[in-house]
Unconditional design. Structure first.
Length: 295
């Protein structure tokens, strides 16, 4: 049994993915869960246990006896939970630089189920409080805030394009992802019918193709090391696009699956079935998932 914390507003998506939820505490759901990663869980509590407490001081003592670092997911008895957390060592949630080394110290999560019962897990899937990754933002360079999704993915995965690699950015305008990739030293083919930010268009690492991402022929582009797409389209159309480029030999892919209206669980399952795939709801995603292949 594990506990899964849904991103705020996407509780229904997590419940659908888990299938059978044994208990639910707001955004937090207890379930056996499917094997492997759960896409709609922003953080997974890997070893949840119930702890009976006699007082605020006793709760803090029992948590400290297990380990040092804890963060509270408060969903009920908020004042009592805050008083317990105040008695625990402070956990820094300061913004980090992109591609920084992930925190190594164990970080546990806990919540009050009622006045006298804790649910606590000393180990979690994310080293960040509630899976929320915060960066020291660049407010001058990137032309949109979409760059934060790539920063988060590359930081968590520990893998990113190397200088000199040839990468394709589909649906790139105004250029948030192209900016990240060019900063890494990759040779970026930036594709969109809409104008790219002029500063990026003039970047020596960027080749601009002002045309439809869906009409681009792989044979006209040649070999690429990575495929990126943050294009707005229905998931089924994105799947067809990805299939075309994978058939042309692209191995590494990073795409945002954007849902318009209801979440398309059938399309999500089709992406998950591709060998080498992983689906994540990044803390910078909205009603969307980030799909990666061989990353």
């Amino acid at each position: 049994m594990k506990a899964y914390l849904a991103p705020e507003g996407f509780e229904a998506e997590l419940a659908h993915e888990l299938g059978e939820v044994s208990e639910r505490f707001g955004r937090l759901m207890l379930a056996a869960g499917p094997p492997g990663d759960v896409a709609w869980a922003q953080n997974t509590w890997l070893d949840p246990r119930r702890i009976e407490i006699a007082s605020i001081a006793d709760a803090a003592r029992q948590l400290r006896d297990i380990q040092r670092n804890w963060v509270c997911h408060s969903w009920t008895e908020h004042r009592r939970a805050a008083l317990i957390q105040e008695r625990l060592p402070h956990v820094s949630a300061k913004a980090i630089e992109p591609y920084a080394e992930l925190p190594r110290a164990p970080l546990g999560s806990w919540t009050l189920l009622d006045r006298d019962t804790l649910l606590a897990s000393p180990s979690c899937s994310s080293p960040f409080p509630h899976g929320d990754v915060r960066f020291v933002e660049d407010r001058e360079g990137p032309p949109s805030r979409a760059y934060r999704k790539l920063w988060e993915l590359f930081t968590l995965a520990g893998v990113r394009p190397a200088a000199g690699e040839r990468v394709l950015d589909l649906g790139s305008a105004p250029g948030g992802w192209t900016w990240v990739l060019a900063q890494l030293g990759a040779r970026v083919i930036s594709v969109d019918k809409t104008d790219l930010d002029p500063k990026l268009a003039a970047h020596p690492n960027v080749e601009v193709r002002q045309e439809s991402a869906f009409g681009l022929d792989p044979s006209d582009v040649g070999p690429v090391d990575w495929l990126f797409s943050d294009v707005i389209c229905y998931p089924s159309r994105l799947l067809a696009l990805v299939t075309k480029w994978r058939a042309a030999g692209v191995k590494r892919c990073v795409c945002t699956i954007k849902f318009q209206g209801e979440t398309d669980h059938e399309a999500t399952a089709a992406f998950a079935a591709i060998e080498g795939s992983r689906l994540r709801h990044l803390s910078h995603n909205r009603h969307e998932l980030t799909w990666t292949c061989d990353v």
